[in-house]
Design a protein around this ligand. Structure first.
Ligand code: HEC
Length: 255
C-alpha cells in the first residue's frame, strides 16, 4: 500500500514537469537588472524619457501604444506645457461644423494614435503579420521586461540547417514562432541621438525602450512599492507591540 502511494506521489510530481515544458521555457532568459526591479524599485525618469524618444523615433511607425495618453507623460518629468506641445505634434481626425472630415491637433487627453487605420492595413504593411499594441507588452509575456529586452537584442544568424522563411527573421528568443519573427532587427548602435547625451549603443537603446514600455504597462509600480513598504513597517511595529503586550498579560500567570 505504501509503495503504491509512493509511486502515485512520484507520478503526480512529474505531471507539472511534462506540462511545463513548453517551447518558451527551453530558452534561457538571462535576468537583467532594472532600476524598477525588487520591492524598492523605482523608475529612472531620464531612462523613461530616452525610452519615449526611442518609441517615437523607432517603434511608433509600426506599433500603437493605445493605453497611454499624452498627459500620462507628466509622470516622466515633463511639465504640463511640454506635454501640450508634445500632443500638438500629432493630428487626429474630427468633423467640422458641416460634417466634413478635418484634422485637429492632439490634446493632452488624447492617446498615442495607431500608425495604421485598421488591422488589415497593418498586416498588409507587415507581410501579413500584425505588430501588436505595446502598452501592456511587458506584462503580457512571460519574463516581462527581460523578454522584451532580449527579443530586441536577440537577432542573429540562424543556426546551420535552419531555413528562415521569406519575410521572417531569426531571433533566438522568439520561441513561440519557432525562432522566426516577422519583425526585422530594429535597434542598432547609434540608431537614435539621445537628447540627454547618453551614448546610444544598441544595448542601451533596448534597455531604455524596455523600461519605458514597462512604465507604460505598470505606471503605478512605485506607488505600489511604497505602499508595500509602509504596510511592512506597520506590521513589524505591530508585531513587536503585540509581543510585549502578550508578555505583560501572561507575566502574572507564568510566575
Ligand atoms: C517595421 C515595423 C516594425 C517596427 C518599426 C517595430 N516593430 Fe515590433 N513588431 C513588428 C511586427 C510585424 C511584429 C509581429 C511579429 C510576429 O508576430 O512575427 C512585431 C512584434 C513585436 C513584439 C512582440 C513579440 C512577441 O512576443 O509577440 C514586440 C515586443 C515588439 N515588436 C517591440 C518593438 C519595439 C520595442 C520596437 C521599437 C524599438 C519595434 N517593435 C519596432 C513590426 C515592427
Amino acid at each position: 500500500m505504501k509503495k503504491i502511494l509512493l509511486a502515485a506521489t512520484a507520478a503526480l510530481a512529474l505531471v507539472p514537469m511534462s506540462f511545463g515544458a513548453s517551447a518558451s521555457e527551453k530558452v534561457e532568459f538571462p535576468k537583467e537588472k532594472w532600476s524598477f526591479s525588487g520591492n524598492f524599485g523605482k523608475f529612472d525618469r531620464m531612462q523613461l524619457q530616452r525610452g519615449l524618444q526611442v518609441y517615437k523615433e523607432v517603434c511608433a511607425s509600426c506599433h500603437s501604444l493605445k493605453y497611454v495618453a499624452f498627459r500620462n507623460l507628466e509622470a516622466l518629468g515633463y511639465s504640463e506645457d511640454q506635454v501640450k506641445a508634445f500632443a500638438a505634434e500629432y493630428e487626429f481626425p474630427t468633423l467640422d461644423d458641416e460634417g466634413s472630415e478635418i484634422k485637429r491637433k492632439g490634446l493632452p487627453s488624447d492617446h498615442f494614435p495607431s500608425p495604421y487605420p485598421n488591422e488589415k492595413f497593418a498586416r498588409a504593411s507587415n507581410n501579413g503579420a500584425l505588430p501588436p499594441d505595446l502598452s501592456l507588452m511587458t506584462k503580457a509575456r512571460e519574463h516581462g521586461p527581460d523578454y522584451v529586452f532580449h527579443l530586441l537584442t536577440g537577432y542573429d544568424e540562424p543556426p546551420q540547417g535552419m531555413t528562415v522563411m521569406d519575410g521572417m527573421h531569426y531571433n533566438k528568443y522568439f520561441a513561440d514562432g519557432n525562432f522566426q519573427i516577422a519583425m526585422a532587427k530594429q535597434i542598432n548602435d547609434d540608431q537614435v541621438t539621445y537628447a540627454d547625451g547618453t551614448k546610444a549603443t544598441a544595448d542601451q537603446i533596448s534597455r531604455d525602450i524596455t523600461a519605458f514600455l514597462h512604465w507604460a504597462a505598470e505606471p503605478k509600480l512605485e506607488v505600489r512599492n511604497s505602499t508595500g513598504l509602509r504596510v511592512t513597517i506597520y506590521m513589524v511595529i505591530f508585531t513587536i507591540l503585540a509581543y510585549f503586550l502578550k508578555r505583560r498579560i501572561w507575566a502574572r500567570l507564568e510566575k
